[in-house]
Design a protein around this ligand. Structure first.
Ligand code: OXC
Length: 317
């Protein structure tokens, strides 16, 4: 199986494995970031950071479900200065890229954070989160095209000046018109990658025995992940690959629990694949397992590297 190579390249960075964590999953604390460094993950991505450290929403705020998870974490994180400062240390210990996810609570916060992080050379790229569904009173920026454009306009001025690669974490879209409108905006900016998708926001899971919701914040509404979202995630990867794939890389995220799930994301057009629910449920050991499963499936198919099949999804005529 050593003949099979699952390395990847994202925003000019070489990844030994195309599999890594989604922002939010096992990447808040120093210990968790080090766990990712020691694991088979091809890259370390931080929790989405805000200006100030945040405790997040009241617990319980995450629940495993039969086919995935629901969460309303509310961006618990140690503040942007922490994720900037730890970059050097991570680089001393691990030879893999380090990306920082940014989710400022306002336009100005995002600019302050990005101005600072763009100047840290040990940070290889930034992933701007346009899609956190769990902050009461704050809509997902990625569903507001005007606001997205205004933010990209300002953010890209900074990242271009500082030569820091920028990617976007998008919410799932459900209508071709919305895919096209978003792609039209994104293609006007020097965005290196888009990550499709964040959780499906504001879903509701009900425990019928208890006649109750399963998480506390927002009356039980939260972002859904895992197998519930896989078909939606694949549709978003595919559509953005069709619309942007010739110049912007797509990172797949949503419902990846096995090597075959990762294979499907790559077949749809993903250049790398992030893992959230499976990482939370299984821990960082999931990367070695999913890597082996992906390699085994690729070998059975006669593929030596991911570029052999990436984007080559067949449709029926
Ligand atoms: N997506 C996010 O972007 N953030 C987190 N949850 C989620 O599903 C969070 O912290 O609430």
């Amino acid at each position: 199986m050593d003949m099979v190579d699952i390395s990847a390249s994202i925003a000019g960075q070489k990844l030994q494995s195309c599999l890594f964590n989604a922002a939010g999953a096992h990447c808040v604390t120093r210990g968790e970031l080090f766990d990712l460094g020691k694991s088979r993950a091809g890259l370390i991505l931080s929790k989405s950071c805000t200006l100030e450290p945040r405790k997040g929403n009241p617990e319980p705020r995450y629940k495993d479900l039969p086919y995935g998870s629901i969460n309303s974490m509310g961006l618990p994180n140690q503040g942007y200065l922490f994720y900037g400062k730890i970059a050097k240390e991570l680089k001393q210990h691990f030879s893999k890229p380090y990306f920082v996810s940014v989710s400022g609570l306002s336009f100005e916060d995002n600019l302050t954070i990005i101005e600072h992080l763009s100047q840290i050379k040990e940070i290889d790229a930034l992933e701007l989160n346009l899609s956190c569904p769990n902050i009461p009173g704050k809509p997902q920026v990625g569903y507001d095209f005007e606001q997205t454009e205004k933010l990209l306009d300002a953010v890209c001025k900074i990242t271009e000046m500082r030569k820091k690669p920028l990617g976007l974490k998008l919410p799932p879209y459900f209508d071709f018109v919305h895919f096209e409108q978003m792609a039209e905006i994104i293609q006007r900016y020097p965005v290196k990658f888009v990550t499709c998708v964040n959780s499906i926001g504001n879903a509701l899971f009900i425990d019928p025995e208890e006649e109750q919701v399963v998480i506390k914040p927002k009356g039980g509404f939260g972002g859904i992940g895992g197998y519930y979202v896989k078909p939606t995630a694949l549709a978003n990867v595919r559509k953005f690959y069709e619309l942007l794939g010739n110049r912007i890389q797509i990172i797949g995220c949503g419902g990846v629990k096995t090597g075959i799930d990762a294979f499907e994301h790559i077949l749809a057009g993903a250049s790398a694949v992030q893992i959230a629910t499976a990482l939370v449920q299984e821990g960082p050991g999931c990367f070695a397992r999913i890597e082996e499963e992906l390699k085994e499936f690729m070998e059975r198919k006669g593929y030596e590297k991911i570029e052999d099949f990436r984007g080559r999804l067949k449709v029926m005529d």
